[in-house]
Every structure is written in structure tokens, then in C-alpha cells.
Design a protein around this ligand. Structure first.
Ligand code: ADE
Length: 257
């Protein structure tokens, strides 16, 4: 997969070169390019923002640098998708996806991470200040499938931190990025529920014991216990998730975990 990120703070994205994602880039599984939006300005101050039409606090990101930056990204993605097409990894006529992190977007979920992990290319446009001039998104829709995406119901200072979270969540789903693919199977949200609690040695620590069932060696009992724990935990912390999950095995009882 190729990922392009446009930001006025490219150094913010440096941690994406570390750990498993760094290894994936060394191995050629992931190609990540971070572009400085100011490289697409031509005035002495490398201006990327201006006052909002209609008044109000803060500044709005200007359309011109964004159009140039996104055109450069689009060209790179078209070339990439063209070569993928020859190896039949993408469908003719599909537009590359452009994610615009925004508290006003659809909420990022594990389901969306899976969907995006299947794309051959992804672009991210990090807004700052009060956001990007809306016409940039309208203009970009002719080239990209534009998706404003929110990390959650709170406001960050810009899109960079959201991009780090989304890129990590997406890239770890690409085959070969996480060493043991089985670890993706039983984690939170993989089946719509929160993950069960986990323990390691010693079996007794500061007067606290690992639940007996986990020491039993009985795989059937362990699987049943874990499922019950998932349901209890989800009911206590995120009850709204139970609507979409199969709760038939929930035995009830105490709700807090
Ligand atoms: N930019 C500012 N706040 C954000 C949020 N909650 N999610 C994504 N991008 C953002």
C-alpha cells in the first residue's frame, strides 16, 4: 500500500517510521510519503491560511496550496494504481481515497480500518486552524473519493494525530505488517465486542490470582469464559456495541468488570 500525507507539520508524522510500521516500510509492504503543504506556496511567507469569509474566530486554510499538493499526490496514485491495474489489483475507473480528518466527519471504526486496508493507495489531508476551505473538498471529489473522518467526539488541534491513529490502525491489517496474524483475530472490535481480560505469570501476584479457569487447560471452558468476559465488559463499558453483536451467550449477572 502507498500512503501520502499532506501537512504543515510533516515532522509530526515521524513516529510512523518506528516499530512495526517502520519495519513494513523497510520490507516494502508499505510506502509512506509525507508532504509539506508549504512546499506548494509561492509567497515569501509561505502562507497557507487566511481569514474566514463571513467573519468569526480563527483562520481557514487557503485552497491554492491544497489543490497543488493534492494534484501531486493524485498523479503519484494514478501511476501506482495504473501499475496495480496491470496486475489486476484494482478496478478500472476507481478513484483513490482521500481521507480528511475532521471532528465533523464519519466516525473511524475497525470496520472502516478494514475497508481502507484493502485500498492500494490512501491520501490524508491534515487540516489545521478552523479547517480547509470547503471548495477544496468539492474540487477533490472529481479525482478522489473524499471521506471526512473523525477519530471521536472531541476536538484536536489538527489532523496529524488523527492520521497517526488511523494509519496505524489501517496498516497493521495489511498482511505481513503484524508478525503473528492470529493476534488480529481475538482483539477488541474484531467481532464487534471488547476484548476479554488477559493475564501472564506469576499466577499469584500481590495477593491477586489469575482466574482458575485459565490454568485448567480446558480449552472449551476457557473459550466460554472468555466469551462471557467479552460480553460482560462490553455491557459495562460500551453497551451500545451489544446491539450489533451476538449476545445470546451472555449469562447476565454482575455488569461491571
Ligand atoms: N481534527 C480535529 N479534531 C479531530 C477529530 N476528532 N478527529 C479527526 N480529526 C480531527
Amino acid at each position: 500500500m502507498r500512503i501520502d500525507v499532506v501537512s504543515i507539520f510533516p515532522e509530526y508524522l515521524a513516529p510512523l517510521r518506528l516499530s512495526l510500521l517502520g519495519r513494513a516500510q523497510e520490507d516494502g509492504i508499505l510506502e509512506l510519503e509525507v508532504h509539506d503543504l508549504r512546499e506548494f506556496t509561492f509567497d515569501r511567507h509561505r502562507t497557507v491560511d487566511d481569514t474566514p469569509y463571513g467573519g468569526g474566530a480563527g483562520m481557514v486554510m487557503k485552497p491554492e496550496p491544497w489543490a497543488l499538493a493534492l494534484e501531486a499526490v493524485f498523479t503519484a496514485h494514478s501511476e501506482r494504481r495504473g501499475s496495480d491495474r496491470q496486475t489486476e489489483r484494482t478496478t478500472l475507473g476507481e478513484r483513490p481515497v482521500l481521507i480528511v480528518p475532521s471532528p465533523a466527519g464519519e466516525v473511524f471504526t475497525q470496520a472502516l480500518a478494514h475497508e481502507l486496508a484493502n485500498e492500494p493507495t490512501l491520501a490524508f489531508a491534515c487540516g489545521r486552524y478552523e479547517g480547509i476551505d470547503e471548495r477544496v473538498l468539492d474540487w477533490a471529489r472529481e479525482r478522489f473519493e473524499v471521506r471526512p473522518v473523525s477519530l471521536g467526539d472531541y476536538v484536536l488541534n489538527g489532523g496529524e494525530v488523527a492520521v497517526m491513529a488511523m494509519v496505524e490502525a489501517i496498516a497493521r491489517l495489511i498482511p505481513g505488517v503484524v508478525g503473528n496474524p492470529e493476534s488480529l483475530v481475538e482483539e477488541s472490535h474484531s467481532d464487534g465486542l471488547l476484548e476479554y481480560p488477559v493475564y501472564t505469570k506469576p499466577s499469584s501476584w500481590r495477593g491477586l490470582d489469575v482466574p482458575e479457569v485459565l490454568l485448567s487447560g480446558n480449552h472449551g471452558r476457557i473459550a466460554k469464559w472468555r466469551r462471557e468476559q467479552q460480553l460482560r465488559r462490553t455491557a459495562a463499558r460500551r453497551p451500545e456495541l451489544l446491539d450489533g453483536a451476538d449476545a445470546s451467550q451472555f449469562s447476565g449477572g454482575e455488569r461491571e468488570v
